[in-house]
Design a protein around this ligand. Structure first.
Ligand SMILES: NC(=O)c1ccc[n+]([C@@H]2O[C@H](COP(=O)([O-])OP(=O)(O)OC[C@H]3O[C@@H](n4cnc5c(N)ncnc54)[C@H](O)[C@@H]3O)[C@@H](O)[C@H]2O)c1
Length: 254
């Protein structure tokens, strides 16, 4: 992230080759630089203020710990927001272990803050649940440790790609645990896709191209939820937006 912590002592050594310890002496993590933890914690605290539903859930249910005994392995983007999710699962009693689904989207300082707090402990005792974004973790376990699937209670998957991969597994008769399709939920389709893409499209384009968008002609392919959000953001930025659409209703909306 543009506002991300940078440290002149940062080097290009792979986190796997580094020996690091958090302040409690634990080295049971693999992050870029544990020294960034304090900065990451501040980012998480800001995200907490923007996520009142999860914070209310923490307050309401942390006494009764409804997830006590649950063991959750997750593979998602590592951002301040997903950190709030992980720490909420922990506050509700779950034991969690997490991996990044994309090294380029990983906020290293947030990963450091999670490693420092010890929120994500080693999980050797089993019956796991998988929380996946893109299907990589599910796929990896299937490929490398298929026997482990006997010990897994269920999967939640939140991306188009991951759901597609799960359907393929199911068709091949290989999906032997219940899987929940979070991607098709109305809260994802009508909120995440529309409003989150409206925020992230410009951020993504600007970081990758470093261009100005005022007055630029832009073509958006598809006027579904994502397309609608992207068009709104680009128009607000002063771009001249064209839309291609094959669905007559969406085309009319455009
Ligand atoms: N990066 C992200 O954060 C993110 C999040 C959600 C979805 N996505 C991706 O964005 C894409 C759109 O998602 P969505 O939720 O808006 O889906 P959607 O189904 O709501 O919208 C897709 C639209 O594209 C139109 N379309 C299909 N084929 C077309 C073609 N050949 N030419 C023009 N238009 C065509 C459809 O009619 C539909 O209106 C998907 O590929 C999805 O995987 C990305």
């Amino acid at each position: 992230a543009a506002a991300s912590y940078t440290d002149s002592s940062d080097d290009e050594t792979s986190p796997r080759d580094k020996q690091q310890k958090n302040s409690k002496g634990s080295s049971d993590f693999c992050v870029k630089n544990i020294k960034q933890a304090e900065f990451g914690r501040r980012e998480i605290e800001i995200a907490e203020q923007e996520m009142p539903a999860l914070m209310a859930l923490r307050k309401r249910a942390q006494g009764e710990k409804p997830l006590a005994g649950a063991k959750i392995v997750g593979c998602t983007h590592i951002t301040a927001q997903t950190a709030v999710l992980m720490e909420t699962l922990g506050a509700l009693g779950a034991q969690c272990r997490w991996a990044a689904c994309n090294i380029y989207s990983t906020l290293n300082e947030v990963a450091a803050a999670l490693a420092e707090s010890g929120a994500l402990s080693a999980l050797w005792l089993l019956r796991w649940q998988i929380l996946d974004d893109g299907g990589d973790l599910t796929h990896w376990i299937y490929k490398k440790y298929p026997n482990m699937f006997k010990k897994i209670k269920g999967i939640v998957e939140e991306s188009v790609t991951g759901v597609h991969r799960l359907y393929q597994l199911s068709k091949a008769g290989k999906l032997c645990v219940p899987a929940m399709n979070v991607n098709d939920s109305v809260t994802k389709q009508k909120f995440d896709n529309l409003y989150c893409c409206r925020e992230s499209i410009l951020d993504g384009l600007k970081r990758t191209t470093d261009m100005m968008f005022g007055g630029k002609q832009v073509v958006v392919c598809g006027y579904g939820e994502v397309g609608k959000g992207c068009c709104a953001a680009l128009k607000a930025m002063g771009s001249i937006v064209y839309v291609t659409e094959i669905d007559p209703i969406c085309a009319l909306q455009a």
